[in-house]
Design a protein around this ligand. Structure first.
Ligand SMILES: Cc1ncc(C[n+]2csc(CCOP(=O)(O)OP(=O)(O)O)c2C)c(N)n1
Ligand SMILES: [Mg+2]
Length: 648
């Protein structure tokens, strides 16, 4: 605990006397400077090394604030944070968490977590989002009071909708008597987390260090229990900066994790029976496989039943080249099904109904009458009211409120135990039929990819096909949303590892792509994986500073610009309206395109300190440019190739 022999001047008292003009500003002893330059090994709570001197806001440089010789509360916060095993903290600096920042880098030795400098709070959170989907656990994000959280909010929403854990810690000056100046007031709030409460799983503003420790453990545990979601914790400024009182007796509680909720055995047996009895069952997956075991479980289940799998690809749930994968003919598979089982399927309603995006349009069922429906999802366990990401209500015959990945082992066992030899023969016939249909769909995709091969702008199919031979022998991981490029990689490449694809934004908030890819690449780095991001132009332009973070932190990531010079999705929306209003589509580029002036992404990348090449306009130039960039990424650096592409 703090060393009571040393002088203890807390910040409040110091500032009060300084304000009265009577402060004796004591110069910091020279020895202390060394503490700043060469941080000691990460100290623990009972260490006695004093923190380095801190400069007061508005200090004119003639004086240095008196040392608060006891440990600040933020050192204890670092002890708590270290107990949670965060590898990284992503943050843009802000004085509402300055003491915690300083404790992390000096007292904590800038290790576990290591500080990753972010240029926008949306980038910090989205990096955490992308990282967690690869690593299976959160990193820590710190945001400045009020304004930092406001910037972070959309990314928090995306992670919330995508059921991804991110731990956000935010500064705040709760005690109004401690706010010095306009800025402190503008960045403080009575209830700072109120702004994001509708889209985090839990938040807290502890007012003692002991409560902070408990709440940090609780936050982590809750974030990691399916359905996983972001959580937010306020690190109050006084708690951070005031010395830990003598005899505080603080300890770091043990983290006790919750086992993911698995399906009730009776309900699982019923589901197994339904699957065995059905003639044409289809399993529709969305966010099932978080781990290698999840993907292996999906394969085992599908093979035991020889069942069709349609993957919505919120995660990498099923190998793309598995003969039972019917994703490319998903509509036909669903239309002929007599049982549909949704596993962590966010939008069951749209799986069994279709509606054209037109006011007043009547939904049409996509399934035959009498098709049985069943679901396993942790989304049935926890729901928030305000934001409507839970999708339209879909009645089902059997709803198991449980995490699908955790339920797979008992479901597989129940299926195997109950399958008769008769059914096994029927399954084998079905499997052979599905394998043929799978092959046909793959052949069709390959044919379709060849169309427009030599076109300029370059087709997204060609871009995908040219990239493949350059990465296929690497331990690759594609971490960008393939919906923007007509899903070509999932249609053409063999994906068979859970980290080879990690889904999309969750909340469809554009601006996720670039930072989430950098975060995913950060997670992939220690495994030596080769990370690829096929990057939309509109998405990058929200917060391109994350390229600097990638360069600065030496995060190997191949970014290929899918530069269609437009917010093309919205071009189409405006065209649709212009058609409906019968006014022609010639003006649809107004407000939706990025052509005048064209953005030079190669220069943008170079300006951030990374390799940038392009714009590539002639498809013949594509492969050599990609090869150069691949080599740079293999050497451990990020690289970007700007490719002028067709819209999708
Ligand atoms: C934060 C946010 N703003 C606006 C939108 C609306 N929006 C949906 S898609 C899209 C276009 C994105 O452009 P780009 O990333 O280049 O992809 P493209 O449509 O061109 O393939 C926009 C603006 C959104 N989803 N999220
Ligand atoms: Mg675009």
């Amino acid at each position: 605990m703090g060393n009571s022999n040393k002088q203890s001047v807390n910040r409040r008292n110091f500032l009060r006397t300084a304000a009265a003009g009577t402060a004796a500003l004591i110069a910091a002893p020279a020895a202390k400077a060394a503490d700043v330059a060469a941080p000691a090994e990460p100290a623990r709570l009972n260490a006695t090394a004093p923190p380095p001197p801190r400069k007061v806001d508005g200090d004119d440089g003639h004086g240095v604030e008196v040392l608060t010789t006891n440990h600040p509360g933020s050192d204890f916060m670092v002890d708590v944070i270290k107990a949670l095993n965060f590898e990284y903290i992503c943050a843009n600096p802000g004085n509402t968490f300055r003491s915690l920042h300083e404790s992390l880098i000096n007292y904590g030795g800038n290790k576990n977590p290591e500080f990753i400098t972010c240029c926008h709070e949306e980038s910090s959170v989205a990096m955490g989002h992308g990282y967690a989907k690869i690593e299976g656990k959160p990193l820590l994000v710190a945001v400045h009071g009020t304004v930092g959280l406001q910037h972070a909010s959309m990314a928090i929403y995306d992670a919330f909708c995508d059921r991804v854990p991110v731990v956000v810690i935010m500064g705040n000056i709760l005690n109004a008597a401690e706010r010095f100046g306009q800025v402190d007031w503008a960045h403080s709030a009575q209830d700072p987390a109120a702004m994001i409460r509708d889209f985090v799983k839990w938040d807290d503003q502890p007012i003692s260090l002991r409560a902070f420790a408990d709440s940090a453990m609780r936050a982590y545990k809750i974030a990691m229990t399916p359905p996983m979601m972001p959580v937010a914790l306020v690190a109050d400024h006084e708690l951070q900066e005031d010395p830990i009182p003598d005899g505080a007796g603080l300890t770091v509680p043990k983290l006790s994790m919750t086992t993911p909720p698995a399906g009730d055995s009776g309900a699982v047996a019923e589901l197994a029976q339904m699957l065995i009895a059905a003639d044409n069952p289809v399993i529709v997956t969305d966010r099932v496989a978080r781990t290698a075991a999840g993907l292996a479980g999906m394969i085992e289940l599908a093979e035991a039943l020889q069942v069709a799998v349609v993957d919505r690809n919120g995660r990498m749930n099923f190998p793309t080249r598995h003969p039972l994968n019917q994703t490319e003919r998903g509509g036909a598979a669903i239309a002929s099904a007599d049982l549909i089982v949704g596993l962590e399927l966010t939008d069951f309603w749209s799986t069994v109904n279709s509606v054209r995006a037109q006011l007043g349009a009547t939904p049409q069922p996509t399934v035959r009458p009498g098709t049985k429906l069943a679901s396993v999802t942790a989304n049935d366990l926890y729901l928030k009211s305000n934001y409507q990401d839970f999708q339209r209500y879909q009645p089902v015959d059997l709803a198991i409120a449980a995490d699908a990945e955790a339920t797979l082992p008992s479901l597989i066992e129940a299926v195997k135990r109950r399958t008769t030899d008769d059914r096994k023969r029927a399954f084998a016939d079905r499997g052979a039929r599905l394998a043929k249909l799978h092959q046909q769909a793959l052949d069709q995709a390959r044919d379709a990819a060849a169309s427009g091969w030599n076109d300029t702008p370059i087709s997204t199919a060609r871009l995908t096909a040219e990239l493949w031979p350059l990465i296929k022998d690497e331990d690759w991981s594609l971490v960008s949303n393939v919906q923007f490029i007509s899903r070509w990689p999932l249609r053409l490449w063999p994906f068979d590892k859970h980290y080879q694809y990690n889904g999309a934004e969750g909340g469809f908030g554009v601006g996720y792509g670039a930072p989430a890819s950098v975060g995913a690449a950060l997670a992939n780095r220690k495994y030596g994986r080769f990370t690829v991001n096929i990057q939309n132009d509109g998405d990058l332009m929200f917060a391109p500073g994350v390229l600097w973070t990638a360069a600065h932190s030496r995060i190997p990531l191949l970014t290929i610009m899918h530069n269609n010079r437009a917010y093309h999705q919205e071009v189409m929306e405006v065209q649709r309206m212009a058609n409906r209003h019968n006014r022609g589509i010639t003006s649809a580029g107004i407000g939706t395109t990025l052509v005048d002036p064209p953005i030079d992404y190669a220069k943008l990348a170079q300006s951030m300190g990374m390799h940038g090449e392009g714009p590539i306009i002639d498809p013949a130039d594509l492969a050599p440019a990609l090869r150069r960039a691949v080599d740079i990424v293999k050497s451990g650096e990020p690289a970007l190739v700007d490719v002028v592409t067709q819209p999708r």
